[in-house]
Design a protein around this ligand. Structure first.
Ligand code: BGC
Length: 460
C-alpha cells in the first residue's frame, strides 16, 4: 500500500471563514458606508442593499460552515445597530447577535468577533470619527457594552480590522469614505486607530479577563520592480515599512518610527496590549520609482502582467496570486515581534468568480502556512475570506471572493468547488495528496515536491 503524502496541521488548529457586518447583514442604513452608497460613490453604482441577508438569516450560511466542519467563524458587529444614536443602546440588536453566536456555538463553531470592520455610525462619523482623538472614548464605551452583553458567548475578539486600509483608503487615496486626500489626517486616523485598539484591549480585559484579544492588520507585499534599481528598492522599502510595519511597530512599542514620530504622538500602554497577531494577507504589488506620485511617497504600484491573477475590480486590481508572500509575511510578523504572541491568519482570499484559480490558490497558501508552522512559527488558525460572495465595498458586487456563489437579487446560493475542497481540508485537518489530486493536481509539486517554499509563481 502506498502511503498518501499529507501536510497535517496542529491539533486544535482553527479553520473557518471571515466576513463583516456591512458586507453581509443587509439593511444597514445608519453608517457612513450607507451614506457613501447613497451618494453614488460605489464604482458600479450598486448598493449593499439586502447584502447576504444575514440580519434575517445568517444561520442559512452558518449551516454551510458546519457542513464544511469549520470550527471557527469570524464576523463583525455593526456598531451603528448597537448604538444607533450617541449613548442609546438597542437591546434588539444585541439579541440578534446573541442568536447568531448561540447558533454558531450550537454547531461547534467558535465565534471570532470583530468590533470594528470599516463602518462607523453616522453620528460618530459626523463628529469627525477617528480623525479626532477625543472620539476614541465613544468607541471604547461601545466596546465595553458589546463585550459585556456577549461575553458568555464569545471569548475571542478582534478590536479593529485593518487600521492601515481604513486610514489610507479613506483619507489618502479617497476610495473609501470620507474620500479625502489628506496626508496629515490619514496619519492621524492611523495613529488614533492604534490607540483605540489599545484602549479597547484594556476595556475588554477588565470585562472578560480570560478573553483572547487582538487586532488585524493588512499585510501587503511591496517589492521593487527592478531589484537592480536603488530608487525602486528604496521607494518599495519606504512604502513597505509605512504600509505594513509602521502600525505593528507602534502597537508593539507605543512609538512611531522616524519620520512618523515627528508628526504622531506616542501611544500610552501599547506594549503588551494584544494576545495574538491577526494577519490579513492577499497579494503583492511591485513598486517603481515615480517622481510624479508624491502622495504614495514617489512609488508607483503595479501588478506584474505575467502573473496568475485574481479577477480585477473596476478600480482595485486584486492582483497577483502569490502564496510565498503569506510565508514571508508570517515570518516577518513573527520576527519583528520576537515571537511574543501566536499568529492567526484572520483573512486570506481570492476574487475568482469562475473558481478556476481559487482551489489551487487556497492549497498553495495553506502549504506556505504549514511551512511556517514547521519552522516553529505558532500559526493557530486560518480564516478564508469569505464564506459567501458579499458586498465588496467600493467595488460593489463586481468581485467574488466567496466559497459560495451568491446571487444578491434572488439570494440563491451555489457552493463552489472550493467549498467542498475547504470542507475536506478542515475535516482532515490536513492537505492530503488525494485532495490536491482532486482539486488542483498542478499544485502537487508545489505542495509535496522539493520546490515547496521556494519563491516561485503559481503557473497555470
Ligand atoms: C477587508 C475585507 C475585504 C477584503 C477583500 C480586506 O482587506 O478586510 O473587508 O472584503 O479585503 O478586498
Amino acid at each position: 500500500m502506498v502511503r498518501q503524502r499529507s501536510l497535517r496541521f496542529p491539533e486544535g488548529f482553527l479553520w473557518g471563514t471571515a466576513s463583516s457586518s456591512h458586507q453581509c447583514e443587509g439593511g444597514n442604513t445608519n453608517n457612513q458606508w450607507y451614506r457613501w452608497e447613497q451618494q453614488g460613490r460605489i464604482l458600479t453604482g450598486e448598493q449593499s442593499g439586502e447584502a447576504c441577508n444575514w440580519w434575517e438569516n445568517a444561520e442559512r450560511d452558518f449551516a454551510f460552515a458546519e457542513q464544511m466542519e469549520n470550527n471557527a467563524l469570524r464576523l463583525s458587529l455593526e456598531w451603528s445597530r448597537i448604538e444607533p444614536a450617541e449613548g442609546q443602546w438597542d437591546g434588539a440588536a444585541i439579541e440578534r447577535y446573541r442568536a447568531m453566536l448561540t447558533n454558531l456555538r450550537f454547531r461547534h463553531i467558535k465565534p471570532i468577533v470583530t468590533l470594528h470592520h470599516f463602518t462607523d455610525p453616522l453620528w460618530f462619523a459626523d463628529r469627525g470619527g477617528f480623525a479626532d482623538e477625543v472620539n476614541i472614548r465613544y468607541f471604547v464605551r461601545y466596546v465595553s457594552y458589546a463585550v459585556q452583553s456577549l461575553r458568555d458567548l464569545c471569548d475571542f475578539w478582534v478590536t479593529i480590522n485593518e487600521p492601515n486600509i481604513y486610514a489610507f483608503l479613506g483619507y489618502l487615496l479617497g476610495s473609501y469614505p470620507p474620500g479625502e486626500h489628506d496626508v496629515p489626517r490619514a496619519l492621524q486616523v492611523f495613529r488614533n486607530l492604534i490607540q483605540a485598539h489599545v484602549e479597547a484591549f484594556y476595556a475588554i480585559r477588565r470585562v472578560q479577563p480570560q478573553a483572547e484579544i487582538g487586532y488585524c492588520m493588512h499585510y501587503h507585499i511591496l517589492d521593487a520592480a527592478n531589484v537592480r534599481s536603488p530608487l525602486d528598492r528604496s521607494v518599495a522599502g519606504i512604502q513597505d515599512s509605512f504600509f505594513s510595519w509602521a502600525a505593528l511597530h507602534a502597537a508593539e512599542t507605543g512609538r512611531f518610527t522616524f519620520p512618523l514620530n515627528l508628526l504622531l504622538a506616542s501611544i500610552p500602554h501599547a506594549p503588551g496590549a494584544r494576545d495574538y497577531h491577526g494577519v490579513n494577507y492577499y497579494t503583492r504589488e511591485m513598486v517603481r520609482f515615480d517622481p510624479t506620485n508624491p502622495i504614495e511617497l514617489f512609488g508607483r504600484r503595479f501588478v506584474r502582467p505575467e502573473t496568475v491573477r485574481q479577477d480585477s475590480g473596476k478600480e482595485i486590481d486584486f492582483g497577483e496570486i502569490y502564496p510565498y508572500g503569506l510565508y514571508r509575511m508570517l515570518k516577518s510578523v513573527y520576527h519583528r515581534t520576537r515571537g511574543n504572541k501566536p499568529l492567526y491568519i484572520t483573512e486570506n482570499g481570492f476574487s475568482d468568480a469562475q473558481d478556476d484559480r481559487r482551489p489551487r490558490a487556497i492549497l498553495e497558501h495553506l502549504a506556505m502556512a504549514h511551512r511556517a508552522i514547521g519552522e516553529g512559527i505558532p500559526v493557530r488558525g486560518y480564516m478564508y475570506w469569505t464564506l459567501v460572495d458579499n458586498f465588496e465595498w467600493s467595488e460593489g458586487w463586481g468581485v467574488r471572493f466567496g466559497l459560495i456563489e451568491l446571487d444578491p437579487q434572488t439570494q440563491e446560493r451555489i457552493p463552489r468547488s472550493s467549498a467542498s475542497m475547504f470542507g475536506e481540508i478542515c475535516r482532515a485537518n490536513a492537505i492530503t495528496e488525494g485532495i490536491v489530486e482532486r482539486y488542483a493536481p498542478k499544485a502537487l509539486d508545489f505542495i509535496f515536491g522539493t520546490t515547496n517554499g521556494a519563491e516561485r509563481q503559481v503557473a497555470v
